[in-house]
Design a protein around this ligand. Structure first.
Ligand code: T46
Length: 135
């Protein structure tokens, strides 16, 4: 059976009549330490984010509000997954091209990242990515 390019991780939920609570502990619920948190919000309809791969970065993407699609490519295969639950993350490892699209109105993409921001870790040209991934 073909392995998915990225793994869904179900996060704990503390259900409560006052509202639900989910939490994430580094190296327990996700397989990496967290050095950075960022989030995408106020995304205009029809916008796309991403369009790059990372050499070493691990990330967990969560649709903490609304939904969006993540299109992944490993140099050979392409796969699209939808994130639409605040208690489910998508673990994206290194050397996966990602494009994020179809953001619903009011959606928020929360990202936990294994390192601080480093432009040198990005591959922003798809042909360069393909050459490197297939090497
Ligand atoms: C990814 C997807 C899901 C920073 O200064 N610090 C940061 O932590 C980040 C993430 C970005 N930036 C700067 C770099 C650019 O000048 O913000 C600007 C926009 O970044 P970018 O075009 O890379 O944004 P996205 O949404 O296309 O990609 C981001 C992450 O960069 C990327 O790692 O996987 O979200």
């Amino acid at each position: 059976m073909t392995q998915p390019l990225a793994r869904f991780l179900d996060l704990p939920v503390v259900a409560d009549p006052r509202g639900n609570l989910s939490f994430i502990e580094a190296n327990r619920h996700i397989p990496f330490g967290i050095e950075r948190v960022y989030y995408l919000y106020d995304v205009p309809s029809g916008s796309e984010r991403g369009g790059h791969a990372h050499l070493a970065l691990n990330q967990l993407l969560i649709a903490v509000a609304g939904s969006f699609d993540v299109r992944l490519h490993d140099g050979t295969r392409e796969e699209t997954v939808t994130l639409n639950r605040p208690n489910r993350g998508l673990h994206i490892g290194p050397m996966l091209w990602r494009e994020i699209e179809n953001f619903s109105s009011g959606s928020v993409c929360l990202v936990l990242a294994s390192t601080v921001y480093d432009e040198a870790d990005y591959i922003r040209d798809f042909d360069q990515f393909l050459a490197r991934a297939r090497a």
